[in-house]
Design a protein around this ligand. Structure first.
Ligand code: XUL
Ligand code: CO
Length: 439
């Protein structure tokens, strides 16, 4: 890709405002615009994923890939991997995304031996480093693919095979090293096949203990090499296994707490994983925020009529508004960002669709940010919730929260009052309409 561009017809995507009819412009994402005291760029911290945007051929279980990617010769050669990396950075740069994320095996081909595979990775990391310096695009997080190769058929850190566990450890060691070398701001552990298909062949307790051991080793190694990036655990309930151990935010937090790992990890929450778990994304965010463990977001959405992990670009304004309401309340990102773990539909096969997908997601989040900031500025929603809990601000409620009373005092309180004070309406419909006022 030395002289010829991968996207020759596309220039840098400009912000043109809501009246623009240029499909290759932002209507709402204006990186330098200040919202609630911070630039949109710093609030949203957008990131492009290498795997969906530059490796996914858009195949489905019924048909082969459809993606047209003229810069990619389809081979597993190092040369192709280097060209692909240059095309990817041309895309990040033209889109104006400040971050990207990758798995080790997305960027460089796996070879016959670990040593040779690591050499391939080092070769491509040189290109990534050069391109990071050229464009100023930074690495949000790195990760290792511990699910695609047949050796991981029974899992990686939860494999029944101790050699496979060791192989996975070696792979993660190298992936943390290159993430560190590239100045990555984080490192993600998504339990690709850490789960089971049947309990008939599974020693669950043993597998979970092994997973904890694995993560402790990663924490030790991170300290050993001086990597300062944040570790994330990414919840997902199913796919590829029928039960993934990191099934939702609460399960992850319980696991981290039980194994004394909570100080070393935050959560990387993904919208479509939340919905597969039967939760809303906002539920998962509130669970994480309550434990001070909200780290990063894999921004996408599912299709309720399909019911699998469709990883669509997030274009639903209610969704982006809810996410931004929780995020603003929590004080925003520190190391994390909005990482588009999203892929194009199989029917959207042109290179330009990569731009349309990301522009759609970025504008939807820019609007979610503006709407959420306006709702907070307006204050009626907050005031309603505060008032709903007013009985806890003084009197008996205050004394309960302070731990000053027990059952006997509460019994005396009710006997003296002659009953409980009346309840007030929850006003759900009124509040839903209030949100609509801002959308
Ligand atoms: C899979 C998924 C992964 C992780 C990184 O559903 O979300 O791509 O984000 O391994
Ligand atoms: Co993800």
């Amino acid at each position: 890709m030395a002289n010829n561009e991968a996207f020759p017809d596309i220039r840098k995507i400009p912000f043109e405002g809501p009246d623009s009819r240029n499909p290759l412009a932002f209507q709402h994402y204006n990186p330098s615009e200040t919202i609630a005291g911070k630039s949109m760029r710093d609030h949203l911290r957008f990131s492009v994923v290498y795997w969906h945007s530059f490796r996914n051929q858009l195949a489905d279980p019924f048909g082969t890939g459809t993606a047209l990617r003229p810069w990619d010769d389809g081979s597993d050669s190092l040369e192709n991997a280097r060209n692909r990396a240059r095309a990817a950075f041309e895309f990040f740069d033209k889109l104006g995304a400040p971050y990207y994320a990758f798995h080790d095996r997305d960027v460089a081909p796996e070879a016959a031996t670990l040593a040779e595979t690591n050499r391939n990775l080092d070769e491509v990391v040189k290109v990534l480093k050069e391109e990071q310096e050229r464009t100023g695009v930074r690495l949000l997080w790195g990760t290792a693919c511990l699910f695609a190769h047949p050796r991981y058929v029974h899992g990686a850190a939860t494999s029944c095979n101790a050699d496979v566990f060791s192989y996975a450890a070696a792979q993660v060691k190298k992936a943390i090293e290159v993430t560190h070398e590239l100045g990555g701001e984080g490192y993600t552990f998504w339990g690709g096949r850490e789960g089971y298909s049947t309990l008939l062949n599974t020693d669950m307790k043993r597998e979970l203990d092994h997973l904890a051991r694995f993560l402790h080793m990663a924490v030790d190694y991170k300290k050993e090499i001086g990597f300062q990036g944040q570790f994330y655990l990414e919840p997902k309930p199913k796919e590829p296994t029928k039960h993934q151990y990191d099934s939702d935010a609460a399960a992850c937090l319980n696991f981290l707490r039980e194994h004394h790992l909570l100080d070393h990890f935050k959560l990387n929450l993904e919208t479509n994983h939340a919905t597969l778990a039967g939760h809303t994304m906002q539920h998962e965010m509130e669970v994480a925020v309550a434990a001070d463990a909200l780290g990063s977001i894999d921004a996408n959405m599912g299709d309720l009529l399909l019911g699998w992990d469709t990883d669509q670009f997030p274009t639903d304004l209610y969704l982006t508004t809810e996410i931004m309401l929780s995020l603003l309340k929590a004080g925003g990102f520190t190391s994390g960002g909005l990482n588009f773990d999203a892929k194009l539909r199989r029917e959207s096969f042109d290179p330009v669709d990569l731009f349309y997908g990301h522009i759609a997601g970025m504008d939807a989040f820019a609007r979610g940010l503006k709407i959420a900031a306006a709702i907070r500025e307006d204050g009626r929603l907050d005031a309603f919730v505060r008032k709903r809990y007013a009985s806890w601000d003084n009197g008996i409620g205050r004394r309960i929260e302070l731990g000053e009373v027990g059952f006997a005092e509460l019994e005396a309180h009710i006997l003296e009052k002659g009953g409980a004070s009346p309840n007030q309406s929850g006003r759900q419909e009124f509040l839903e309409n209030l949100i609509n006022e801002f959308i």
